[in-house]
Write a protein that binds this ligand. Structure first.
Ligand SMILES: NC(=O)C1=CN([C@@H]2O[C@H](COP(=O)(O)OP(=O)(O)OC[C@H]3O[C@@H](n4cnc5c(N)ncnc54)[C@H](OP(=O)(O)O)[C@@H]3O)[C@@H](O)[C@H]2O)C=CC1
Ligand SMILES: N[C@@H](CC=O)C(=O)O
Ligand code: NA
Length: 436
């Protein structure tokens, strides 16, 4: 039997235990896995799974150093103590399965370096796209393609919030509370709402796609806090929906760009139809063209499906290695190249100002003659070409003007806005959203 220690028995930990304890009709290797210990924070908390009390402990150090355990399944979240426990487990020669994108995006370098030295695997399918297979496909089935771009809806909580705001016009705070009840949100939901969770995930995908590590601080992250019912209504009128997109792409002028921001997505694009907690990842590469991976991006069962499939992959390799050892009477310590991570350098990052985008901008203006003309002049002087400019009505005593630009340089657009902000007739700029 392969013995596992699970750190965390919350949403994903519970889903994982449920699959492991109900193996019939699933892959036969599940029957070779035994839960040895489960670590939690509060021993007396009521649990949805009934585990023998001697299995559950608050002493997580004793789990990661338990000589009987082969695989540590880290489902507690957060940076510490998750990072230290993983490193300690690796030092004790244990493989790791984790759903923790935050710790991998920030400390992947340290964790993978330690794992490669120790000859153990760190598997993270659940960390991106929940139940959607995307990590292993990027390493294996898509691995021969030269990836140009990944565009994803990879945060279930914000997609759930934006979808419900679009469909039923509900209040942001109430819908977020529902996402928390459903187990989609992070322990601190600001990570979801401010685009940081999607930033962690796209950093991981970019490192797999482009073959170099990504410094998490270099990922531009903008969340959905400023998206209002007014913007959602304008998007609809203009034939768009608003999605929080995470984008990683090779830039013509050199380097890669990795970013997260709300985006107007034309309604006829497949990504526009991805609603609720569903995620989708569009991979564009040569020679394959486009592939879109779609499925549930968060939630107990979906995420646990990815966790347990990673456990299974390690069990499979362990069984192959042990039969190999029997055959040649020497241990096989080299890692399977399609399961391990061998990156060592960092990708060169392209600055945001070097990109080209279209923008939607909503201005609130003092209603005096000539405002539209002044806006047009400022944009024109900075080479920002306008696709449409309309005065749509009033918010109180402020005239509301909506501009959609053609594709322009981000740097030029920023310079134009800096000048526009200084105009007496501009009261505020409540929304600036990129357009796909
Ligand atoms: N929820 C989802 O849909 C998804 C989550 N993930 C990731 O999975 C991981 C787990 O998420 P989720 O299950 O939602 O989180 P929960 O908050 O539901 O569960 C966390 C678990 O970890 C335990 N824990 C937390 N801190 C400690 C600590 N210091 N010492 C001991 N135990 C601790 C908690 O113990 P106790 O129960 O006693 O409080 C709890 O059982 C995170 O990394 C998250 O980002 C990834 C994809 C989807
Ligand atoms: N909080 C995350 C959970 C899955 O990674 C999300 O909402 O997508
Ligand atoms: Na996944």
């Amino acid at each position: 039997m392969v013995k596992i220690g699970i750190l965390g028995l919350g949403t994903v930990g519970t889903g994982t235990v449920q699959i492991l304890r109900d193996p019939v009709g699933r892959h036969h290797l599940l029957q070779s896995i035994e839960i040895q210990r489960v670590g939690v924070k509060s021993i007396d908390k009521p649990r949805a799974v009934d585990l023998p009390s001697e299995l559950v402990t608050t002493d997580l150090d004793s789990i990661v150093s338990d000589p009987d355990i082969d695989i540590i399944v880290e489902l507690m979240g957060g940076i510490e103590p998750a990072r230290s426990l993983m490193l300690k487990a690796i030092a004790h020669g244990k493989h790791i399965v984790t759903a923790n994108k935050a710790v991998i995006a920030k400390f992947g370098d340290e964790i993978f370096t330690a794992a490669n030295q120790a000859g153990v695997y760190v598997m993270l399918e659940a960390a991106v796209g929940g139940g959607i297979p995307v990590i292993q496909p990027l390493k294996q089935s898509l691995g021969v393609n030269r990836i140009q771009r990944i565009t994803g809806i990879i945060n279930g909580t914000t997609n759930y919030i934006l979808t419900r705001m679009t469909v039923e016009g509900g209040e942001f705070a109430d819908i977020l509370a529902d996402a928390q009840k459903l187990g989609y949100a992070e322990a601190d939901p600001t990570a979801d709402v401010d685009g940081l969770d999607a930033g962690d995930k796209i950093a991981i995908l970019a490192s797999l796609a482009f073959g170099g590590r990504i410094k998490r601080d270099d990922v531009y992250c903008e969340g959905i806090r400023k998206i209002s019912a007014t913007d959602i209504a304008y998007a609809d009128k203009l034939n768009f929906v608003i999605k929080l997109l995470a984008i990683a792409e090779r830039v013509e002028s050199g380097g890669v760009s990795v970013r997260v921001h709300p985006t107007f997505v034309p309604k006829d694009r497949p990504l526009a139809t991805v609603n609720g907690v569903y995620n989708a990842i569009l991979v564009e590469g040569e020679p394959l063209g486009q592939v879109m991976l779609f499925g549930p991006g968060a939630g107990a069962g979906a995420t646990a499906s990815a966790v347990v499939s990673d456990i299974l992959a390690i069990v499979g390799v362990m069984q192959t290695n042990s039969s190999h050892e029997d055959a040649v009477n020497s241990p096989n310590t080299s890692l399977h190249p399609l399961l391990s991570c061998s990156h060592s350098h960092y990708s060169e990052m392209a600055p945001l100002s070097s990109l080209r985008s279209s923008f939607y901008v909503r201005f609130l203006c003092i209603d005096v003659p000539g405002v539209i003309g002044k806006l047009g002049t400022c944009f024109g002087e900075h080479h920002v070409s306008i696709e449409s400019i309309v005065q749509t009505g009033f918010q109180g005593d402020r005239a509301e003007i909506v501009v959609v630009t053609h594709e322009v340089s981000e740097g030029d657009f920023e310079s134009a806005l800096a000048e526009i902000r200084g105009l007496d007739s501009i009261a505020s700029i409540p929304s600036i959203v990129r357009v796909l």
